[in-house]
Design a protein around this ligand. Structure first.
Ligand SMILES: C[S@@+](CC[C@H](N)C(=O)[O-])C[C@H]1O[C@@H](n2cnc3c(N)ncnc32)[C@H](O)[C@@H]1O
Ligand code: SF4
Length: 418
């Protein structure tokens, strides 16, 4: 259960985000940002930062904190989106962050040190080592996945790359110096979040986690992984979760379907992924969370995901919050309104019913925000729907089998439109 236990933060949570007062985010290209929702506003590049702790206490970072303290958050381009949403009473990242125990627990002490112009340690770090990945999800691209890069280069014509807005992104990776800078700040972290690329596909994550689990087992860890391939050395590192008694180790597995639907969406093997999740539970003694990305490809396939994982011992809960809005051609919002709304209304009944079953099995289903998010925001466009179907055909070619053979609703829509 998340709680704000900081007096100073409670007083200011309507005009201040705790993240710049707690740490920073580092992207695969070395860009340092305030958080993961503002990648287009890098503050500096990691190669130009000799050490992260000094940078954290520098005037460059203080600029953001002072603006927030002076109620000028609206003037910060990186923060204006959160600020506008919070002001409109909508869910946003800033509101969520301000409830995290990992950023509030030391907030008062650090606030006091800051007032005395004394240095504070970095408490929060989110990083992505590289865009190295072993899957090619139908919702993703080469910005996040090196495997997508190969396919975009080899199996797409120039015209297709343009039509589907897929510039080929090169492989990007933090270097040894960058990794060392991260290792130096591990001892004082309250929260370490690792994204990707695919975390288990990059050995630098194993190096960093091996160090972090030894020097700071009290830290809270969050890792977002596809769980497609977990090497013996990764499992050896993960053994430390149990042996070092790491209490807060949260693994979120991105699972977008069951069986062949999973294989199609993710370009991986469902069976292997399940095996890895079982082994993860045996090795660490920790359950994991299933987090599907909801797209037009699995909009009619929810129940199967919920049913399959409802009683699995290795599952702690299922998190339904992530709707793919971009690229537009993977969004469920491209469906004809009648079909979209009929399904959404059915989900309003189906999901709470699933939640009750999942709760009975001692697990949790988070779903409140999803029912709110599944709302048509613009008029229907046949052109956009055709584009979604075109993308499915391209993916059918890449996978060597048809998604429509496993999702009858998509078969009907395809027949209707063609
Ligand atoms: C880019 S991945 C990186 C971590 C890891 N490779 C994985 O898939 O879990 C992070 C998350 O983004 C989700 N995702 C993929 N495509 C998306 C899209 N178009 N919109 C929103 N989320 C997406 C994935 O399902 C995953 O949970
Ligand atoms: S596994 Fe993650 S990074 Fe890789 S293609 Fe899928 S969503 Fe993208």
């Amino acid at each position: 259960m998340s709680t704000v236990n900081s007096q100073q933060l409670s007083l200011r949570k309507d005009h201040l985000c705790a993240l710049p007062f707690s740490g920073m985010t580092i992207g695969a290209r070395g860009e340092v940002t305030l958080c993961c929702v503002s990648p287009e506003y890098p503050i500096k590049h990691l190669k130009d930062i000799p050490d992260l702790a000094s940078f954290y206490n520098s005037a460059e970072m203080e600029h953001f904190r002072t603006a927030m303290e002076d109620r000028k958050i609206a003037s910060l381009p990186a923060c204006s989106r959160c600020w506008q949403k919070q002001n409109a009473g909508q869910a946003d990242f800033m509101t969520d962050v301000n409830t995290w125990p990992s950023v509030s627990v030391d907030f008062d002490g650090d606030w006091e040190l800051r007032k005395q112009n004394r240095p504070r340690p970095i408490r929060y770090l989110e990083y992505t080592c590289s865009n190295i990945c072993n899957q090619t999800c139908s919702t993703c691209n080469s910005f996040y996945s090196s495997k997508w890069r190969d396919i975009e280069q080899e199996q797409f014509s120039e015209k297709e790359r343009q039509v589907f807005f897929r510039p080929v992104h090169e492989i990007e990776s933090l270097n040894d110096d960058d990794i060392q800078k991260i290792i130096e700040i591990l001892p004082h972290l309250n929260q370490l979040t690792i994204k990707g690329g695919e975390p288990w596909a990059d050995k630098n994550n194993i190096t960093i986690l091996n160090a972090a689990l030894d020097v700071n087992p009290g830290c809270s860890f969050t890792i977002i992984s596809n769980m497609q391939a977990v090497s013996a050395s990764t499992f050896r590192m993960l053994e430390k979760v149990r042996t070092n008694d790491v209490k807060k180790f949260h693994l979120s597995a991105s699972i977008d379907g069951i069986g062949k639907v999973y294989d199609w969406i993710r370009g991986g093997s469902f069976e292997k992924t399940v095996k890895n999740m079982e082994t993860y539970y045996q090795v660490t003694g920790r359950q994991l969370t299933i987090t599907p990305c909801i797209s037009i490809h699995n909009y009619f396939h929810f129940e199967q995901i919920l049913d399959y994982f409802a009683d699995k011992e290795y599952v702690w809960g299922i998190n339904l919050f992530n709707v793919a809005h971009g690229p537009l051609y993977v969004s469920p919002l491209n469906l004809p309104p009648l079909i979209f709304n009929r399904r959404r209304d059915a989900l309003r009944e189906i999901i709470p019913e699933c939640a009750r079953r999942i709760e009975k099995a001692g697990k949790v289903l988070f779903y409140e925000s999803i029912l709110n998010d599944l709302r048509l925001l613009r008029p229907f466009s046949l052109k956009d729907l055709r584009m979604s179907l075109q993308w499915m055909e391209k993916m059918n070619q890449i996978r060597g089998f048809r998604l429509q053979d496993h999702v009858p609703e998509l078969r009907e829509i395809t027949e209707l439109v063609s």
